[in-house]
Design a protein around this ligand. Structure first.
Ligand SMILES: O=P(O)(O)OC[C@H]1O[C@H](O)[C@H](O)[C@@H](O)[C@@H]1O
Length: 529
């Protein structure tokens, strides 16, 4: 195709969303002239499924749940008055609470005000708040936000020690929809201990966001925490950033929450239309289908040329992969669907993995995210009249061209700036695209049955550890091999897990297990010190 023909193709397929100033360019995807027409009936079915979902149908049949994240920014569209009130009440509660915190009406015992927020959560209870905080935050925010999003002891030490004396003015926000996630429970207990160590009452510094009646809910009430805010079964964790999960942290940080919700609402309006050419979510879903043959054969590389959007790929990893990575179709057939997502930011990635994108295995498509506004205020001319921002665009366009020359496909999303409105719109765009794509490939996007297997297996590992420790204590100073100990606890078949447990126990002082003997597994001996 000549440059002129490409320009024509760019204009013909450019999807423009004037309400948020966003455009989606699909001209560098190599779909044929009849692709969009050929997908029409499938797409119509996807639109109908989405319409039914928004009206309150059971869109998550396995869990028999409704899927209500679109109502979070348009409560008037909720199918029942009770749902609408639940949303508007939550919005009013989180806003009022944040206002009281900022005003020092809700205050810690030993400081005039809360100045820091420590969010404890994982997966959908962390990724949205992390994206929003990083995209929109600054040193001038009403409060600074920190995260515990893992059960890594050193990771937690780093954050809690970093806060140090500031724990006295830190508000802990513990977020878990289910209220039973172990990593979050552990983070909460470690935070509680850190407060205690400084003679502070954790409950007077803590609030929870969780489902009514959950373990966390009971703990928060039992320990007289400041407040609990609701989370509902009709909002999925990975689409919960516009529930109290994301809104409470955003309000506390002092971000433009109204703009965030309005951007999403405007994007919802634009992506609700059944006209494919005008609907960027439909086009995204169709391009994913085109690129991967409806089987996820190509990976989605998310490349925002903006530092503030660096967490977008991490956020989308959960949204896309947990939603689309499914073994079974809605009819119960084995389909092993999914699309792998990775990325970081441009132009940084041009100095890392873009080499492979241009010349290596062609198993991906890129989504560039272009942000028109370079910065607040004027820019320095770094070379001739060129600014750093001019370079950033130059590198984006250069890479787009270099990839296309080699038959590697890309799309480009262009947004005016990184504002609350834009971030809300991008979240809403991908939420809808994921839902539509799931319909195109006939899977349930709203459950995550595969996640349970790892959790169950971890439970068994910890059960084995308990038995092992009792045995080691009973055997006192007698050094035994992993094989012997596995037999001792009636788990001969699980000797590899037993060895891994012993290796970890003996590397840490917590349980008083000592390792002697050789470096190889069969030579190692373990005993209670
Ligand atoms: O919010 P929570 O109930 O603690 O869940 C946190 C996360 O963990 C689970 O394992 C799910 O796979 C995620 O979808 C969820 O967001």
């Amino acid at each position: 195709m000549t440059e002129r023909e490409l320009w024509e193709r760019y204009q013909r397929h450019l999807c423009v969303v004037p309400s948020v100033g966003l455009t989606l360019d699909i001209s560098r995807m190599n779909f044929g002239a009849d692709f969009l027409d050929g997908m029409r009936s499938r797409m119509d079915a996807a639109f109908q499924a989405m319409d039914a979902l928004e009206k309150g149908a059971i869109a998550n049949p396995d869990e028999k749940r409704r899927v209500g994240h679109y109502w979070l920014r348009a409560p008037e569209l909720a199918p029942e008055a009770g749902l609408k009130t639940a949303i508007t009440d939550m919005q009013a509660q989180v806003a009022a609470f944040a206002k009281d915190v900022h005003a020092g009406k809700v205050k810690p015992a030993r400081a005039a005000k809360f100045t820091q927020v420590l969010i404890v959560g994982i997966g959908g209870s962390a990724l949205g708040p992390q994206l929003v905080a990083d995209a929109l935050g600054s040193g001038r925010d009403a409060m600074q936000v920190h995260f515990l999003d893992n059960t890594d002891p050193d990771g937690m030490d780093r954050v809690l020690n970093g806060l140090g004396e500031q724990l006295a003015e830190t508000l802990a926000v513990v977020i878990s929809k289910s209220g039973g996630t172990k990593e979050t429970r552990n983070g909460m207990l470690e935070a509680e201990a850190a407060w205690k160590q400084r003679g502070l009452d954790f409950g007077a510094h803590a609030v929870a966001v969780t489902g009514d009646g959950s373990e966390l809910d009971a703990y928060a009430k039992g320990h007289k925490w400041l407040r609990t805010f609701p989370m509902w079964d009709w909002v999925g964790g990975r689409t919960s950033v516009m529930s109290a999960v994301g809104l409470l942290p955003a309000w506390l940080q002092g971000l433009d929450v109204d703009g965030f919700l309005a951007g999403a609402k405007d994007m919802d309006a634009a992506t609700r239309v059944h006209d494919v050419a005008a609907n960027p979510a439909a086009l995204l879903a169709l391009m994913w289908f085109h690129a991967g043959g409806g089987k996820g054969q190509k990976d989605m590389v998310i490349l925002p040329y903006k530092d503030r959007l660096m967490l977008m790929s991490k956020y989308l990893q959960q949204l896309v992969m947990e939603s689309l990575g499914k073994e079974l179709s809605l009819d119960g057939q084995v389909v092993n669907q999914g699309i792998a997502v990775y990325g970081n930011k441009g132009s940084t990635d041009q100095h890392a993995y873009v080499q492979q994108l241009r010349e290596g295995v062609n198993n991906f498509f890129v989504t560039f995210v272009e942000v028109l506004k370079d910065r607040d205020g004027k820019s320095l001319a770094v070379e001739g009249e060129n600014t750093s921002g001019d370079y950033l665009l130059g590198f984006l366009l250069g890479t787009r061209r270099a990839l296309f020359e080699k038959g590697r496909e890309s799309m480009t999303l262009t947004v005016p700036d990184v504002s609350a409105r834009t971030v809300g719109a991008l979240v809403a765009l991908y939420e809808r695209a994921v839902g539509l794509y799931a319909s195109l490939v006939n899977i349930n996007a709203y459950h995550q049955p595969g996640v349970e297997a790892g959790k169950k297996a971890a439970g068994r590992v910890l059960e084995l550890q308990g038995k092992l420790l009792s045995k080691l204590k009973a055997a006192k100073a007698e050094a035994r091999s992993a094989d012997q100990l596995a037999q001792d606890i009636g788990a001969a078949e699980e000797v590899e897990t037993v060895f891994k447990l012993l290796q970890h126990l003996s590397a840490n002082g917590d349980h008083g297990v000592k390792r002697t003997g050789g470096a190889r597994p069969a030579e190692a001996r373990f005993q209670s010190a």
